[in-house]
Design a protein around this ligand. Structure first.
Ligand code: AMP
Ligand code: ZN
Length: 104
């Protein structure tokens, strides 16, 4: 499957990770829309958050969101899952955006 985030998960681009656990990775967005703009991505491929129903993956994803947001922001941030092309999704591998104007 030709999925850019699967390739990042596989380490094909040498992307610098901000965090990782058994189920998810985190890295900076290449085209930041805020002072802090981080993506948190489940390792297992699903096309968008509406398809993400595996309890272990959900737990791992949110544990990493909590860890990275506490380490990289001042505790105030927006958490966004764009779902569907009309609503702004451009990469069809589930990911959360952490957006913040305040660094830790
Ligand atoms: P979305 O529009 O919600 O699907 O978000 C996809 C995000 O992935 C966009 O904000 C892109 O800037 C970002 N992005 C695409 N390719 C990369 C990459 N290789 N490394 C980091 N971020 C990326
Ligand atoms: Zn993928």
């Amino acid at each position: 499957m030709d999925c850019i985030f699967c390739k990042i998960v596989a380490g094909e681009f040498g992307t610098e990770l901000l965090g990782e656990n058994e189920h998810a990775i985190s890295f900076r967005d290449i085209n930041p829309q805020a002072k802090i703009h981080i993506l948190v991505v489940p390792k297992a491929h699903t096309s968008d958050v509406s398809k993400l129903d595996d309890p272990d993956t959900l737990t791992g994803l949110f544990e990493l969101i909590r860890k990275v947001s506490s380490e990289q922001t001042d505790g105030q941030f927006r958490l966004q899952f764009n779902t569907g092309e009309r609503e702004g999704q451009s990469v069809f591998h589930t990911h959360a955006h952490i957006l913040s104007q305040g660094a830790a």
